[in-house]
Design a protein around this ligand. Sequence first.
Ligand code: SAH
Length: 385
Amino acid sequence: MTSLPLIPVTSDAPAARRASMPPQHLADLDLAGRQALVTGLGEPAFRAKQVSTHYFGRLVRDPQAMTDLPAATRDRLADQLLPRLLTPVRELACDDGATRKALWRLHDGALVESVLMGYPDRVTVCISSQAGCGMACPFCATGQAGLTRNLSTAEIVDQAVYLAGVAASGAVAGSPPRLSHVVFMGMGEPLANYNRVIAAIRRLVSSAPEGLGLSQRHITVSTVGLVPAIHRLASEDLSVTLALSLHAPDDDLRDELVPVNQRWKVAEVLDAAWDYAARTGRRVSIEYAMIKDVNDQPWRADLLGRLLAGKLAHVNLIPLNPTPGSRWDASPKPVEREFVRRLRDAGVSTTVRDTRGREIDGACGQLAAAEDNDTNTDRAGEAPA
Ligand code: SAH
């Protein structure tokens, strides 16, 4: 399968990057907040519902298409409720159109990406919670460049609304038209942007016109393991799925692969995961990137099996997607199969994740990293001799 550039949109180099939060947008506010804002502008409160129905109910993001609003009102509400947050830089498709990746430029020039994945029974979007990431996991493309800034609630939600609109247009052949699942597995550490991510989840699960009306169980929050935030998440009245990026069962190796482990050790992070499982009744997904000769030894499978046996957990093995210039490779298939066999023998439910979007730099952060390199190269080319 070949990668297919769909829309080479804006190519202008970003202005000097000074990270700053975007203007407020309706998706930052709950319905009551939107009503207060609208009445403050001298408009009747019902306009808040009307605009929300367009945005969340019909997935219309362009104010000019909201033709049931009088023109003057439309312009005023567009300014205050619907500022443009995401400018598409590039959209790519692969897997015969079942995977679509979008790269966005934010108002301050920061780049983030999202992925839409169609399956016969569901449509999933993978969204970003931060521009960049401060967690510095050495195998992850996003981790290499560091954190630019947190995304606003609306910048997070708008990724899902945009791609829900793409799905609704029938662009993902062989899949239902309605977005059903959202995973926070794009750029960033969602629990490091806690309040905005929680607000975004509330928008995703509130019924229309307040929100997108997704099922809580169909939202997955993936974390490196910020222990206090996991406990806090367990105390929200949300039963979203927690994914824990473990990647090693022993502290020696996890200290290197997931540097936040130097703060919260394997035993502590697993305790937090079991607390989450106990308080929500939800099975925790343990993410484990299979890295050749690094974390894929039979003894590590056995140790992982002992840690997880009898727990409300499922292991999701991810074949490593090597980042450009990486010293690491994916584990060979026979090694992966042996790892799976040992975990299952220990009574631990285990699957290997599909590798959607590989040929469009689908791995975390790779598209943004590639764009950044292109831009830097262009800029170097322009420098006066
Ligand atoms: N910061 C969060 C969510 C973003 S990454 C977290 O770490 O969980 C989503 C998942 O992709 C994580 O499990 C992450 O470890 C994994 N990942 C990152 N880079 C990868 C790569 N090159 N190959 C395979 N998985 C990768």
